[in-house]
Design a protein around this ligand. Sequence first.
Ligand code: SF4
Length: 503
Amino acid sequence: MSLSCNSIKMTDRNGDLSFINQKAKQWRDVPNEEIVYLPKNETIFLSGGLTLLQDKLVEAALNSMNIHFIALPNPDFKSFQTGKAFGNRGQCNPTYFTVGNLVKYLQNLRDEEGFSTREIVSKYVYITAGGCGPCRFGMYITEYKKALRDAGFEGFRITAFEHDKGIFQGDEIEEQILDFTPSFFVTLIKSVIIGDIINILGYKMRPYEIENGSTDEALEACKNLVTEAFLKHKSLLKALWQCRTLLSAVKLNRLQPKAKVMVMGEFWAAMTEGDGNYNLHRFLEAEGAECIPQPIVNRLMLSIWEAEQDLNKAEILASDTAKSIDFSSVKKRLLIRAGKTAVKTHFSLYAKAIGLHDYEIPHMEKLAEIGKAYYTLDCDGGEGHLEVAHLIESVKEKLSHLTISVKPFGCMPSSAVSDGIQSLVTSRYPEANFLSIETSGEGAANFYSRVQMALFKAKQSAKEEFETLDKPEHTPEKVHNYLYQPKNEQIGTAAKLIASLPA
Ligand code: SF4
């Protein structure tokens, strides 16, 4: 053995091995000094990391329930660097962005706004979704705590709800700083669903606007209407109906053949609208494409589907040994069904009110059927089988000219799917135009260049699709109205509109 190996000592104990004979103690993550936290009514809750619109609507929804809640600013490159500086090594990209975003916000309160660390720690609480899982999602809370401690905010509180338990979080949750009651989740989900619907409409309209920025202006006005409805406890349906006037005022030219690009992949990386995916959606629009975003309701429906699957499996295992009917599982099944119906009903009511007619919530059983030949349904890390199913569905049902799967650097489930299984899918469906692309936080030039290459092919397909159609002599004005959303075999918006008209 070399001299250098021989002299290695445990760094934290400097060679002291006396702990070997000590009685083991349970490790607890508690601050070194006792902290006096402010009572519930003086506490400020923080969260964020959804789309820009959804963060604001969630803020309004929770404040309408007398929860003092602030949505954090959109995570940016500085958040990522802060996350890397204070986080563990080898985390996935969304962890760095979201953890770093919280630390950055607190540092700003301390360094720019003059709050003392003690004040921040006693007054603020961060809300996040927690859960167990085969990916790093199960370690988020530990990561938050580690980074906060190392950044000087030891004892900062994080409160979490289990993402897979839906609106009924169970009795095992002790006295919480925030009550995760069914009405909390119903209000939260309403704001997320409305955000999804307005976002989908925005992505359908913006690429065709005649006046730059007019769609975003209308969307901002819609956001204000919905925010006011939440805060003043007015009808959300009425607010959405009023949004129709604002959206109809945006002048569009929808007969431009543009490539339709489905953006999917890991939930956060595909959904975020900022540096977390190099502003992918806006980049695609600037390059002349129309995006199909992945709404958060997809992830919600996947969680409900997974809960139902777990229940089915538990019932099969129990059926051999059970001597009586397990009423708790009957109750759980009813609650899952009620949750599923409530999400679908709210989505379709709100979508109708604002005028989104051609969008259907993904059918999870159908997607499971499509994906199961390629990816086991029992593996629910990341998006599970959904990435595979979305790609196959988009090819078979002609949903997009290009499908981009955004996979964050360090993401285990998404890398396994995109690098492994999707290559089998694309060999069986050679007509698929598929790009799996990694977001590392650094390396935008490489990212954009690969997207541009795949987009070139997609643009050609959109153009050819449009040019092969017979054009009517007269095109009615209604084709430029966002409310006109025909359904047919064509992929591109312009081609769909032309094909819907009598020759
Ligand atoms: S799915 Fe991937 S990116 Fe998302 S939390 Fe899990 S490991 Fe991280």
